[in-house]
Design a protein around this ligand. Structure first.
Ligand code: SAH
Length: 221
């Protein structure tokens, strides 16, 4: 994939100031985010702001996470080049593209049709052929493609959805924001010998995960 030279200085500054200086050390994650054209994924009117330290609107009331959160969640998954990864909440497809540079294969699920089809088109037009976009309720996971070595949930849940825990491979890692509509905490859940362990990471704020094993409708903000 050709490296995008457009916005290269802004991207380098983002990696240095927002990621490296704030403690992201994983060189594979830093390298992927240095390479990936984030401006291609955000709506036209936000292109010039794509590398700022903020989440940005991507349409349909949803947002793309700020670069630091994308990096911190990706680093927590400790991806191997042989891993199969699952993302819930494809949004504009940027996080899935980051995962695709570090894992073997990425499945991503988006409940909104218009976002799912736009993300799918964007990812294939940019050449990310190891990402598969599915439209549907991500809280059910993708049992037909399970198990997954890594699962990243990009929307806030009241608790980790049971089907996703079941679809986590032995030795697998899952990162998920858990909490209410206002405040959540990133949880890193790992499966060893069939048993789950959970570690709390940092505070965060995501749009709600809406589905059978999460909020039935978006909670009041
Ligand atoms: N990772 C995305 C941003 C995600 S925003 C990116 O890089 O752009 C959270 C997304 O989760 C929204 O697009 C929202 O529509 C989606 N979502 C919410 N509940 C969902 C569910 N049950 N299944 C799949 N997607 C869901």
């Amino acid at each position: 994939m050709p490296e995008s030279s457009e916005y290269a200085p802004q991207r380098a500054e983002m990696v240095e100031k927002q990621l490296r200086r704030r403690g992201i050390e994983d060189s594979c994650v830093l390298g992927a985010m240095l390479k990936l054209p984030r401006h291609e994924f955000v709506p036209e009117e936000f292109r010039a702001r794509a590398y700022e330290d903020v989440p940005l609107p991507i349409g349909s009331g949803q947002t793309i996470s700020q670069p630091y959160i994308v990096a911190a969640m990706t680093a927590a998954l400790r991806l191997l080049p042989t891993d199969r990864a699952l993302e819930i909440g494809a949004g504009c497809g940027y996080q899935a593209a980051v995962l695709s540079l570090l894992a073997k294969e990425v499945f991503t699920i988006e409940r909104r049709h218009e976002l799912a089809s736009a993300a799918s088109e964007k990812l294939s037009s940019l050449g990310y052929h190891n990402v598969h976009v599915h439209c549907g309720d991500g809280t059910l996971g993708l049992p037909e493609f399970a198990p997954f070595n890594a699962i990243l949930v990009a929307a806030a849940a009241p608790a980790a959805p049971q089907p996703l825990l079941a679809q986590l491979a032995e030795g697998g890692r899952m990162i998920i924001p858990v909490g209410d509509a206002e405040n959540q905490e990133l949880q890193l859940i790992e499966k060893h010998d069939g048993r789950l362990s959970t570690r709390m990471m940092e505070g965060c704020r995501f749009v709600p995960l809406v589905g059978h094993h999460a909020w039935q409708k978006p909670p009041e903000r």
